[in-house]
Design a protein around this ligand. Structure first.
Ligand code: UT7
Length: 319
């Protein structure tokens, strides 16, 4: 059994904030941001929310897959930045689409969220429980950013991406190849708490990150998890057409390509235009590659993410 991507969709808020605009808010510069991260611009939500962006991306993915909402058995939304906890974003999407047969839930695995959603849906397909799933990464990270903290506010953006997955019985011994890892002992490298305590005192501790620690973690663990996926799939790195990775920092992607002795052109990037959109990075990138016609049938892809938790993982698939 395979879990194939049958369609993709994405949505980015209209407002684009460039580095020069940020340099009027905090002590930074276009030169510093581009040199350290590659980021030039990011989309920031004004009226849009994690819910509304998820709905837009979902509708586009359903249309692209050529299915009807009735076909969807499960909707999984990955988010860390929704404005609401209840109802969950996935149920809001289910209602907006009229996906009357779908079970729906949200998950939080930070920037590894889309990979986690893939594995959850693919596992259900392998067990024969569902045939069609809609998986979404939606983030309104601008809600969680301290706009006076130059070490984080330059990094993140808002947006949503979605994919329709369909179970495909190839009749061969094809297995779903997907790997997830976590290490909660290092969780304090990337934190954020918003809510109120038992005494009802509101607290908000915006996104805080030990950037260097996360950088080192990503450059070390991502090539390792890719190796694990390649071994499971019986492929070599040279066989892979594209490595579609979480878009946190251009330097991280370049360092991973170098460690793997692979040409950078096999690592598509959109971090320059969108910044880090956490769990939305990968599906937004997949959608643009798909719509640009760069993904041809049979192409071999490794998709991998890493982030808060700490969490990391990836999957192999053929387009
Ligand atoms: O998706 C979740 C995972 N997140 C990531 O993958 C992020 C991983 N980490 C990174 O991408 C990088 O560590 C950062 C881009 C966050 C930071 O780059 P860095 O090369 O590690 O810089 P740094 O934090 O070591 O800061 C270097 C200097 C510091 O000044 P001093 O102490 O050397 O005087 C900072 O205060 O740069 C300063 N700095 C800035 N300067 C101008 C930090 N932020 C800024 C800024 N503008 N925005």
């Amino acid at each position: 059994m395979l879990a194939r991507i049958a369609g993709t969709g994405s949505f980015l808020p209209e407002r684009v904030v460039d580095n020069n605009e940020l340099s009027q808010m905090v002590e930074t510069s276009d030169e510093w941001i581009q040199t350290r991260t590659g980021i030039k611009t990011r989309h920031i939500a004004e009226d849009d929310t994690a819910v509304s962006m998820a709905i837009h991306a979902a509708k586009r993915a359903v249309e692209n897959a050529g299915i009807t909402p009735d076909d969807i058995d499960m909707i999984i939304v990955s988010t860390v930045s929704s404005e609401q906890n209840l109802p969950c974003v996935a149920c809001e999407v289910q209602a907006a689409l009229g996906a009357t047969h779908a079970a729906s839930f949200d998950l939080n695995a930070a920037c590894t969220g889309f990979i986690t959603a893939y594995q959850m849906a693919a596992g259900q397909m392998a067990a024969g429980l569902i045939e069609t799933a809609l998986i979404i990464g939606t983030e309104c990270l601008s809600n969680l950013i301290d706009w006076s903290d130059r070490s984080t506010c330059i990094l993140f953006g808002d947006g949503a991406g979605a994919a329709v997955l369909q179970a495909e019985d190839t009749g061969e011994d094809n297995k779903i190849i997907s790997v997830l890892h976590s290490d909660g002992t290092k969780g304090n490298a990337l934190t954020c708490s918003i809510g109120h305590g038992k005494d009802k005192t509101p607290f908000s501790d915006y996104v805080w990150m030990d950037g260097k620690e996360i950088y080192k973690f990503a450059v070390k663990q991502v090539p390792k998890v890719i190796k694990e996926i390649l071994e499971m799939s019986g492929q070599t790195a040279d066989d892979i057409d594209y490595f579609i990775l979480h878009q946190a920092n251009r330097r991280i992607l370049e360092a991973i390509a170098k460690r793997m002795h692979q040409d950078e052109s096999k690592f598509p990037m959109n971090v320059m235009e969108h910044g880090n959109i956490s769990s939305a990075c990968i599906p937004v990138l997949l959608d643009s590659l798909n719509r640009e016609g760069k993904l041809k049938k049979g192409m071999k892809l490794v998709v991998a993410g890493f982030g808060g938790g700490l969490t990391w993982g990836g999957f192999y698939m053929e387009w």
